[in-house]
Design a protein around this ligand. Structure first.
Ligand SMILES: [Zn+2]
Length: 312
């Protein structure tokens, strides 16, 4: 475990305002503290597994964002929502540039579904994915994926991407915030950086508190709010162009959060915890309330996409 004695974004020496104590409901059932910087309000998991240690926390069949399993009803719903969201995401980023023949880098591309969707829409797309299993699944789909930063750097020198996308990736990265400088270097002139993250000030996050599934400790090292994310990126030579909501995220997250609550009552075994109909109805109600509140701009969406343009 590593303990950060300062805020990684602003350097504040007392990042000890404990916000929430959350459990790893997926794998170890260990408790992790989420702290909030007293100066810049950045929320992060502290202490956290080191870069070497974190791999052990990803070893689970339940980590479905890196697999394409379609067994349970929940997996099916997840995969279906994913398909709809993929085409929405490609359309979303298209609005931020008018040129034809765009090059795109999907940083942390997982099993390559967004890459595939982007390619179909005419993007010249490559992916970066250090997780070998996910990368090989992506490669089997026929998309181009690089697994090391060295290979990526070599490729980028020849063609700088017009778009870099990070779909629910930044919150996992030990390299944040320095990685933003690297991505800034990688991007073409006037290039667009697209970052999607869960938002820890959404209505569903407030409702579920420590059970909120998008805390996903210790895999999520950072727990962004619109302010902390945008200010840390703008500081690195970008302008903020706008944001979009991800309306399906709240449903998926609320279902998992209900499951976490049940796990806490019934002995923590993730494989044996099944949601009752009333649990599913409760989750759908909370998720809908969260989306409604976001539509009225009272609170952020459960998951949001932030768009930035390289300026310097
Ligand atoms: Zn700070």
């Amino acid at each position: 475990m590593e303990l950060l004695d300062h805020c990684p974004v602003c350097g504040w020496k007392k990042p000890d305002g404990s916000k929430e104590v959350c459990r790893d409901y997926l794998l170890t059932m260990d408790l992790f503290q989420v702290v909030e910087c007293e100066n810049c309000r950045l929320r992060f998991t502290n202490p956290r597994p080191s870069k070497k240690e974190i791999a052990a926390y990803y070893y689970s069949e339940d980590y479905i964002s890196h697999t394409d399993r379609k067994s349970s009803l929940m997996d099916k719903a997840y995969q279906y929502a994913k398909l709809i969201m993929l085409s929405r995401k490609v359309k979303m980023i298209g609005k931020h540039s008018k040129n034809q023949e765009q090059t795109l880098l999907d940083f942390g591309c997982g099993t390559g579904d967004f890459l595939l969707a982007a390619e179909k829409k005419g993007y010249n797309a490559i992916g970066y994915e250090p997780g070998k299993e996910a990368a090989s699944k992506a490669q089997q789909k026929g998309v181009r994926v690089l697994c090391t930063m060295e290979d990526l750097r070599d490729t980028i020198t020849h063609t700088k991407p017009d778009f870099i996308t990070l779909w629910h990736v930044l919150e996992h990265m030990h390299e944040y915030p320095e990685i933003i400088d690297t991505l800034h270097d990688f991007l073409n002139k006037n290039g667009v950086l697209v970052i999607a993250v869960p938002v820890s000030t959404s209505k569903d996050a407030n409702h579920y508190g420590r059970y909120w599934a998008a805390y996903d400790v210790p895999r999520h090292l950072y727990h962004f709010t619109p302010d902390t994310l945008v200010s840390s990126i703008v500081k690195k030579g970008f302008t903020f162009e706008g944001k979009h909501g991800l309306p399906f995220d709240s449903y998926y997250i609320a279902l998992l959060s209900e499951k976490h609550k049940k796990q806490e009552q019934t002995g923590l075994n993730p494989g044996k915890t099944k949601l009752s109909i009333s649990g599913i109805v409760k989750a759908a109600t909370i998720a809908s309330a969260s989306n409604f509140s976001a539509l009225l701009k009272r609170t952020p969406w459960s998951g949001e996409v932030y768009v930035f343009k390289k300026t310097e």
